[in-house]
Design a protein around this ligand. Structure first.
Ligand SMILES: C[S@@+](CC[C@H](N)C(=O)[O-])C[C@H]1O[C@@H](n2cnc3c(N)ncnc32)[C@H](O)[C@@H]1O
Length: 292
């Protein structure tokens, strides 16, 4: 059977024209920093196609114009961004970073506490997605500082995507994901769902109490934080950005890090070719080079 691509029976939504793809790439880049290459065309087509159908629109251009001209509340722009972000994450993802916290960094902080004027640890999970990274950090903190022992430990977890943040703050996950968490920690820090929550498990309050989830675009000109961070996790986020955006973001992170603070990047992310004063300690753990 031959298919006539010009057939009026074919819905216009089956086409994402070059012009429409370009317009959405520019809009997405402007609002999120996410830089979509030509081979992300199928991703834009399928993820935004759902939004287009939701509004009963015929073409991607109609959807683009809807966002620009008929979305005075900005709600659809948020939905479009939610649809386009990639949120893959898991508990203990790239677990060497959590080993570094538990085996090297937290013991060192405790040892230095005598001479330190503060007993505060501020950690930022930037691009936290559905929260597994922040809860994993919270477990490492709780294990190292049981009942806090006079330490003030806080995690800020932020993401641009409002849908994933909602899931993150609920802290409820399908039971299959429990396999990512060591058994002893699972029993200590999570509750098995019952009744309507059968098949799910939930983070306990002792983890939730030290995390603040907040919607935030890393591209925002002002970040709301008043204090600096001892550790910034920004893993598997900058991989979606181009070099200019990566460079600006990394410079801003440096300004928000304590002098002996750390920046953790994802395993396939690199600062290669960026002008920074951060040094790689291995495994994508970075620290400000004080001798630079
Ligand atoms: C692949 S997930 C990484 C999750 C977690 N950090 C990890 O490594 O498992 C990337 C996250 O970055 C977020 N993101 C993308 N652009 C962003 C921006 N401009 N500001 C804040 N978050 C952003 C996405 O919404 C997504 O949830």
């Amino acid at each position: 059977m031959t298919v006539n691509l010009q057939s009026p029976l074919i819905n216009h939504a089956d086409n994402l024209t070059d012009k429409e793809f370009r317009l959405f790439r520019e809009l997405i880049y402007e609002h999120t920093g996410i830089s979509l290459s030509e081979h992300k065309r199928a991703l834009v087509y399928s993820r935004l196609g759902k939004r287009l159908r939701y509004h009963g629109l015929k073409t991607y251009l109609d959807y683009y114009n809807y966002i620009l001209n008929k979305d005075s509340s900005g709600t659809e722009l948020v939905e479009m961004i939610n649809a386009i972000t990639t949120n893959k994450t898991s508990f203990f993802r790239e677990d060497f970073h959590f080993k570094f916290l538990s085996e090297t960094l937290f013991p060192a902080l405790k040892e230095n506490a005598q001479s330190h004027h503060t007993r505060t640890i501020n950690i930022w999970s930037a691009g936290c997605s559905t929260g597994e990274e922040a809860y994993t950090i919270a477990m490492a903190l709780s294990e190292a500082f049981p009942d806090n022992f006079g330490w003030n430990v806080k995690i800020l977890a932020t993401d641009i995507d409002t849908n994933v943040l909602k899931k993150a703050s609920e802290g409820i996950y399908p039971i299959e994901n429990a396999a990512q968490i060591p058994k002893t920690l699972l029993l200590k820090y999570f509750h098995k769902g019952r009744g309507g929550n059968n098949g799910f498990f939930r983070a306990a309050d002792k983890l939730r109490d030290i995390i603040t989830f907040q919607q935030m675009n890393l591209l925002d000109s002002q970040w709301p934080h008043k204090h600096k961070f001892d550790i910034i996790f920004c893993r598997n986020v900058i991989i979606y950005f181009d070099k200019i955006t990566q460079h600006d973001l990394i410079s801003r992170f440096q300004g928000h890090m304590e002098l002996d603070g750390y920046l953790m990047l994802g395993h396939s992310e690199s600062l290669h070719g960026l002008d920074t004063s951060l040094i790689n300690l291995g495994k994508n753990i970075y620290q400000i080079n004080r001798n630079a």
